[in-house]
Each structure stands twice: as C-alpha cells, then as structure tokens.
Design a protein around this ligand. Structure first.
Ligand SMILES: CC(C)(COP(=O)(O)OP(=O)(O)OC[C@H]1O[C@@H](n2cnc3c(N)ncnc32)[C@H](O)[C@@H]1OP(=O)(O)O)[C@@H](O)C(=O)NCCC(=O)NCCS
Length: 159
C-alpha cells in the first residue's frame, strides 16, 4: 500500500497530555471523519475524569483513544488511527489501554456508540468482545448528502 506506515511494537501506548495537543489535532484533521476541534481535545486532555491514550511514531501520532469515567461505567468517546497505520493492531492496543483504565476505575462496563455504517469499527469492537445493546434511530447526521444513520450502542462487561 503506498504511504503505508509499518507500526513497530516498540511504539507503545501512553497517556497523552496537553503537550500532545498539536499532534492530536493534526491526526484528527487528517484522519477523523468528524474531527474534534482543538478546544474539545484540550478539554479532554485537561479533564480529571478523562484519559487520552496515544501511540506515537517518529512523524506524529499513529492513533488515539478518549475514555471518560462515568459514575458506574466508562465511555469510549473517540478512537482514531492514521490511515497509513491501519490494520496493524493499533486500535486493538489502544482499546486494551482503555479497558485497563476502566478496570482501574472499577467501572462495570465500557460503553460506546458507533455509526451503523462503520463496518471497520463494528468489526473491531466485535473482535474485542463488545456486544450490541440496541440502536438509536437516525442519531447521526448524514455524511455527504446521504441519510441520517443509526447509532449502534455497544458495551463490554468488566465484572
Ligand atoms: C476503526 C479503526 C479505529 C480501526 O483501527 P485499526 O488500527 O485499523 O484496527 P486494528 O488493526 O486494531 O484491527 C483489529 C481488527 O478489527 C477488525 N477491523 C479493523 N478494521 C477493519 C476493516 N477496515 N474491515 C474489516 N475489519 C476490520 C479486524 O478484525 C481487525 O483484525 P485483522 O486486521 O487481524 O483482520 C480505524 O479504521 C479508524 O480510525 N477509522 C476511522 C475512525 C473511526 O471510525 N473510529 C471509530 C469510531 S466509533
């Protein structure tokens, strides 16, 4: 694949902080279907009940995940991998860090919502043992003039 970036095992997952904002915003702009703004990213990086995990290569961030602590559960709010680094297990490694964090918070479940048409993400979450709990009809605005899309609600029990 042209421009493919081989991800090395030594490029470990780490917690990101405010110093990573520029690289995080660059990844969102380059690869995010609905990019978070720098203000939204900074708020996540600064919030004590939120963790932002990333895998950094030499040329920038290869992927990141945002997880928020709720009263009894944890919610995955974002997961994004650079196009040139996909299908090399980066998302699975980020998800493992998210799940470890949720266990550390003693969360009962990890929750997430995903567009019904996002086949890659649905396959990823099923592979990571998330189950579908239900749908919110027409929850997401249309992409490029199509129809609104359902949100698929998924969860992973941690008990
Ligand atoms: C979804 C996304 C995060 C997956 O990242 P990734 O690093 O490529 O995923 P991984 O390499 O860890 O994939 C692990 C498994 O998930 C499944 N999977 C991932 N991408 C897939 C795809 N495009 N098609 C089918 N299955 C896929 C496969 O089972 C894969 O294992 P395999 O490569 O051995 O077959 C990435 O495509 C992305 O950033 N998409 C845009 C943002 C997005 O949709 N985020 C989720 C919002 S809820």
């Amino acid at each position: 694949m042209p421009g493919r970036r081989v991800v090395r095992p030594s490029e470990a997952v780490r917690r990101l902080g405010p110093a990573d904002l520029t690289r995080l915003a660059a990844l969102e702009q380059a690869a995010g279907p609905d990019p978070w703004t720098p203000d939204q990213l900074l708020a996540a990086l600064a919030d004590s009940d939120t963790r932002v995990f990333g895998i950094a290569g030499e040329a920038g961030l290869l992927g990141h995940a945002v997880v928020v602590r709720l009263p009894f559960e944890a919610e995955l709010q974002a997961l994004l991998v650079a196009r040139e680094a996909r299908r090399q297990g980066v998302a699975l490694r980020l998800l493992a860090a998210v799940i470890e964090q949720a266990r550390g918070w003693h969360s009962e479940r990890v929750l997430l919502e995903v567009r019904a048409g996002n086949a890659a993400a649905l396959a990823l979450y099923r592979r990571a043992a998330f189950c579908e709990d239900g749908r919110r009809r027409g929850y997401y605005p249309a992409h490029q003039g199509g129809r609104r899309e359902d949100a698929v609600l998924m969860s992973l029990p941690l008990a």
